[in-house]
Design a protein around this ligand. Sequence first.
Ligand code: DCP
Ligand code: MG
Length: 410
Amino acid sequence: MFPVSRLIAHLDMDAFYASVELLRYPQLRGLPLVIGGSGRYRPTRLADGTQAFARLRDYAGRGVITTSTYEARALGVYSAMGMARAARLAPDAVLLPCDFDEYRRYSARFKAAVRALTPMVEDRGIDEIYIDLSDVPGVAADGGRAIGLALKSAVMQATGLSCSIGIAPNKLLAKLCSEFDKPDGLTILTRDDVPARVWPLPAKRINGVGPKTTQRLAALGLHTIGEVAAADVGWLCAQFGGNYGTWLHQSAHGVDARPVVTVREPKSISRETTFERDLHVRSDRAELGRIFTTLCVQLAADLDRKGYAGRTIGVKLRFDDFRTVTRERTLPTPVAGAREIRQAAGLCLKRVEFNRRLRLLGVRAGSLVPVTQAPPVLIPTPCRQNGQNSGIRATLMTHATTVSGRPKRT
Ligand code: DCP
Ligand code: MG
């Protein structure tokens, strides 16, 4: 059971990918900066040694913005917005392509800095974590302010990056309030603050209320979290079903009993890419083959880094009319190598009817099982030393990487 009162922090890095890029290119600080697009928009070095950066107005293609700095956001340019539209709003904004390897390195660094201070960390993705602070000494006295400041400064020291932290009695409220004072914020929210600080917010700010529910709530006249909180729970259950209705009611009242889960195993790992132009399965066969191989190699590297093998391998295709199809194969033994992945994914592709051009291709490994290095085995072998048979020598043998039969956790 939980302690009577918990203290949970949600930490989210500020404009994460863009901020990592600013460490590399400090001359861009203060300018509107957008991350997205392909490697084509990498900066070029000029004869005088300075760098020339692409601008949003140079962009041609169909990509979406991955993230933007707060200066770009002030111009109305946000994550997931089409680049073409963003280019109309902020043509002078600097454009840089994604460098996921670099972001993953910084992600590992900030998480290690946090874990060094507080071990109860739940990994929620590349730039956010939950931390259970309930057992941190002295935390009850100041509501978590001192440890919150210490965490922010540890992250800054380890990475040079700022983050925003929300501290509250549970994950739901912590996540909500980490955004209150972004960037570089620290917000402490108590249960008593819920009516004044949470109820005026739009219902969609509850983590778990998606666009469809938002629409249905609006159709029922419920726009703010407070309006959901004021609705009769029986009526909510009649509208949304018992489970979801109860969850909505509790969430709107700031109630959330979910624990901070410090070990989490992924359900699947995938790689996908949207092409710069739609590709034809016959006339662009060579290019498609290259892209397909690259995806399999990247997926194998992801699996290797995270220590998993996949029992199912699948493909995802999107045609030029936006129809999406997936095909999947379950294998007799889990695979992790690029060649095995490509072979299984290739068999999946054979089950797809290609009558239109393709805009997207993806490869996925599912039903993941952790890969463990088998322990070394001591094998006794006869051995001679100084011309004499000195008996048995232990030869260290290491098995090839094997896959443990541990069932996956979902
Ligand atoms: N991201 C993405 N696609 C999106 C949204 C975000 O690939 N639709 C990536 C880029 C972000 C990172 O994930 O840098 C973290 O997402 P956040 O929502 O936390 O956004 P930021 O960290 O960029 O900004 P904020 O300061 O609002 O947290
Ligand atoms: Mg963030």
